[in-house]
Design a protein around this ligand. Structure first.
Ligand SMILES: C[S@@+](CC[C@H](N)C(=O)[O-])C[C@H]1O[C@@H](n2cnc3c(N)ncnc32)[C@H](O)[C@@H]1O
Length: 372
């Protein structure tokens, strides 16, 4: 089986978690960079990464890497990529990308050049003047950073955050990949009880339950590369079956959600059901001011309103003060709260035991970790 150099782009702050996930699944030459993790592996690893990665946005295969400062250099190097090894005669292959801090800064021009190079080489190889592009889509992506061009094939298609359980959500849902990262940082056990008193559409609790039960996030969704010609079809079924066989059953793990909005309660239960984890959920309508952990041990994992899309800034700050009171310091109780508010610790009333910089979409945040 051929070996591919791959890239897994991710939200800033999650790179080390993605690298760890890739190492655990057997990827080679794992190298975490800013906003992405590079790795190598065979076709099985490509399928495995798509099915199992919790914190990455997509999985891409690197097909070209070179330096270019003129359009001619971009044309020449793009024509050297063996496109016919990846694309069939009728495959559709749109091109999209970005450029930063580079001489070649016009993205539409670079896009057109890479497309033309692929078309020229393919037309020559297949001996036809016009490629129909009526077949499966092979999305070509490129990045140009400081004049270094990387050309990639997007094997995922729809972003990996789309697990299939959250067609509906409340107003300000956290991205599934970030929620999974927070759950990984919470160091959950088989018998943990996880609480979210601002559960919204339930993402943090659902990702926690999937992590605890070892349910791979991509088991039930499709990926673009399943329809490609150069990757063996059977690997997808094999990798899905292997992931399904590793699901842990009968754990005492529990999720307890609450939200002041009754629609959120309903949505969390619906989404948990779709994700196949509702049997460990208890969700109620409640104001966070009445929150308490009734058991000796428990982990709070939460994403309270920021005062951007929901509530205003003053109300959001009052909620942080309230959290400082109800999230009592007690042996066996841990709290992980994500917030963009730089005054968070002052308002909360305690300095966090640990902080970690994370991005909620484009919003720079900190994850505040309180261990007791
Ligand atoms: C940022 S959203 C949480 C989104 C959630 N993590 C998700 O993925 O859907 C904040 C949630 O806090 C809820 N909320 C606001 N004030 C509250 C309060 N005083 N008590 C409990 N819930 C509250 C809102 O209804 C909203 O669902």
């Amino acid at each position: 089986m051929s070996t591919y150099r791959c890239a897994a782009p991710c939200l800033f702050g999650l790179e080390s978690l993605v690298a760890k996930e890739l190492e655990q699944m057997g990827a080679q030459e794992v190298n975490a960079q800013n906003g992405r993790v590079l790795f190598s592996g065979d076709a099985k690893i490509v399928a495995r990464a798509n099915i199992r990665l919790r914190c990455a946005e997509r999985v891409e295969i690197v097909v070209g890497q070179f330096r270019a400062v003129t359009f001619q250099q971009l044309i020449d190097a793009s024509e050297l990529i063996p496109w016919e090894q990846y694309l069939r005669e009728d495959d559709a292959f749109p091109v999209a990308g970005w450029s930063r801090d580079s001489k070649l800064f016009s993205v539409p021009d670079c896009q057109a050049i890479i497309k033309k190079a692929a078309v020229n080489r393919m037309a020559k190889h297949y001996g036809i003047a016009r490629l129909p592009e009526t077949g499966p889509k092979v999305q070509i992506r490129f990045s140009i950073l400081k004049d270094e061009v990387t050309v990639l094939l997007d094997t995922s298609g729809v972003g990996l955050h789309k697990r299939g359980y959250r067609e509906n959500s409340t107003e300000a849902p956290i991205k599934e990949t970030l929620a999974a990262g927070m759950a990984m940082l919470a160091r959950l056990y088989d018998d943990s009880v996880v609480y979210d008193p601002f559960c919204g559409s339930g993402t943090l609790l659902i990702e926690s339950a999937m992590l605890a039960r070892n349910i791979a996030p991509g088991i039930r969704r499709a990926f673009s590369a399943e329809r490609w010609g150069f990757l063996p079809r059977e690997i997808w079924t094999q990798e899905r079956m292997a992931a399904i066989s590793e699901i842990k059953k009968g754990l005492p793990f529990r999720c307890v959600g609450s939200d002041v909005d009754p629609k959120a309660v309903e949505l969390t239960l619906q989404n948990a059901k779709k994700a196949g984890v509702a049997d460990c959920f208890t969700v109620t309508q409640a104001d966070a001011k009445d929150f308490c952990i009734p058991t000796p041990r428990g982990v709070v994992l939460t994403n309270p309103p920021y005062g951007e899309r929901l509530l205003d800034q003053a109300e959001a700050k009052q909620l942080t003060q309230l959290m400082g009171k109800v999230f009592v310091k007690d042996y066996g109780k841990r709290y992980l709260i994500i917030s963009p508010d730089e005054e968070f610790e002052t308002l909360f009333g305690r300095k966090a035991d640990k902080r970690r910089k994370l991005y909620n979409g484009m919003i720079p945040c900190q994850l505040y970790l309180y261990y007791q």
